[in-house]
Structures are given as C-alpha cells and as structure tokens.
Design a protein. Sequence first.
Length: 79
Amino acid sequence: MINELLERRDILNEIATELYGELWITEDSFWGSPTELEMRDIQEQLNDLGYEEEVTDDQIALADIIFEEMLKKGKFPRE
C-alpha cells in the first residue's frame, strides 16, 4: 500500500511540475487545486500508515530555496 501511495505521489509531483513549474509549491494557484488536495490526501494516508521519510541534504537545500521564494512573495514576515 505504501509503495502505491509513493508512486501516486511521484506522479502528482510530475503533474504539479508541468502545471505550475519547478517551484510549484511556491505558486498560489497550486494551493487548493485538485493536485494539491490529492497530494494532501496521499500524505495523510502515508502518515496514518506510519510512513516516515528520511530528509536528504538535497531536500534541505531545496527547502531553503522554497523558503526564499516564499519570502520574496511576502508569505512570511521578515523579522
């Protein structure tokens, strides 16, 4: 079941990239979209099954890039 959910998540990541660009998570139009809602559902199912993913250095670097993009868009107040 977990492998099927991960496969669906990967497909949705590809769809999100095509629809919203490489940094799709920073796009306002992504949030609340059918793609985002399905991703959220899959993540909740993975959490319910106890799935935990290891965070890689590449993921941390990407998170920093995403955070900077969100700052530029005014999503987080600067202190």
